[in-house]
Design a protein around this ligand. Structure first.
Ligand SMILES: Nc1ncnc2c1ncn2[C@@H]1O[C@H](COP(=O)(O)OP(=O)(O)OP(=O)(O)O)[C@@H](O)[C@H]1O
Ligand SMILES: CC(C)(CO)[C@@H](O)C(=O)[O-]
Ligand code: BAL
Length: 287
């Protein structure tokens, strides 16, 4: 596996493969890799001739007081996982090469980034669109792979690519979960064993919303109430410590929806202790 450290090296690696007519799939990550990330690499290998993962803990997407400093950094372990799975290359830029002195150009996030995460983490998506746009310039790949686990981020990136005519195909990959339903996330490492049990309230709440929709409930308010109950916990299942949002919204715009008369998605952000977790599920209604 090639280790690419400078933007120039990385660009040359991709352009060389593109000139030879190869398709190139890029998988942007912040490292601390788990099976969710590895599934994206597997998909990249399946769809494309060449696969490249990127590992960069992007400072511009963290707000003041967030976990930038304590975000897990596990480079040796990440490299051996990528090697084992057969990634062709990994891009490991330094912060200075991405944001050199004098850097001042940012990509504003599209409208779909305004609600939900946009309210809770006001500068987050501007940091994400900026780094992802830069990665797409540095690595002019044919395809890029993103997880539905970060559903709003996926919609933000799809809109950016559309709005800015970026010539790359975005491939969305399903959320990989533990057997008990917990969505894999690098931040799960922060949870102790009691918190790990509390964290199950998120996937339970999403399942309950889907079960109600399957049974015929169409009012999103009722689904949201049920998700809140599940997140608050009950006798046999502890809840989370604080809910930031638990909503059922339009699956494309992420704007409020009163009735399940359009494709919908249930999205949750909640704290377990100091750890902020997100999860979501597309909701299919009875026709
Ligand atoms: N469980 C998962 N299943 C599928 N894709 C995932 C999963 N978790 C993360 N991803 C995807 O991996 C890519 C990199 O995400 P990131 O490095 O932020 O991982 P993360 O586990 O979501 O970390 P965090 O704890 O910061 O949310 C994103 O496209 C994200 O959607
Ligand atoms: C897309 C991304 C790698 C940009 O830093 C990050 O937001 C993530 O890991 O989802
Ligand atoms: N998965 C999105 C990265 C972040 O929370 O900053």
């Amino acid at each position: 596996m090639r280790q690419l450290t400078t933007p120039e090296q990385a660009r040359e690696f991709v352009l060389d493969r593109r000139f030879r007519g190869h398709t190139v799939g890029v998988v942007p990550t912040m490292g601390a890799l788990h099976d969710g990330h590895l599934e994206l690499v597997r998909q990249a290998k399946q769809h494309c001739d060449v696969s490249i993962a990127t590992i960069f803990v992007n400072p511009t997407q963290f707000g003041p007081g967030e976990d930038l400093d304590k975000y897990p950094r596990l480079l040796e372990q990440d490299l051996s996982l990528l090697e084992r799975i057969g990634a062709d290359a990994v891009f490991l830029p330094s912060s200075e090469s991405i944001y050199p002195p004098g850097f001042s150009t940012f990509v504003e996030a599209p409208d779909v980034g305004s609600p939900l995460e946009g309210v809770c983490r006001p500068s987050h998506f501007r940091g994400v669109t900026t780094i992802v746009c830069k990665l797409f310039q540095i690595l002019p790949a044919t395809h890029a792979f993103f997880g539905r686990k970060d559903y709003q981020q996926l919609k933000v990136i799809e809109a950016m690519v559309r709005d800015l005519n970026i010539a790359i195909e975005i491939v969305a990959c399903d959320t990989v979960r533990e057997e008990d339903g917990l969505a894999l996330s690098s931040r799960n490492r922060y949870l102790d064993s009691a918190q790990r049990i509390q964290a199950l309230a998120l996937s339970r709440a999403l399942q309950r919303a889907q079960a109600m929709a399957t049974a015929g409930t169409r009012q999103t308010e009722q689904l949201e109430q049920a998700m809140r109950q599940e997140l608050d916990g009950h006798a046999d299942h502890p809840g989370v410590d604080r809910v930031e949002y638990a909503v059922v919204v339009d699956a494309e715009t992420l704007l409020p929806l009163t009735d399940l008369n359009r494709p919908a998605v249930a999205l949750i952000a909640a704290f377990v202790g100091q750890t902020r977790l997100i999860d979501n599920r597309l909701i299919s209604a009875l026709i």
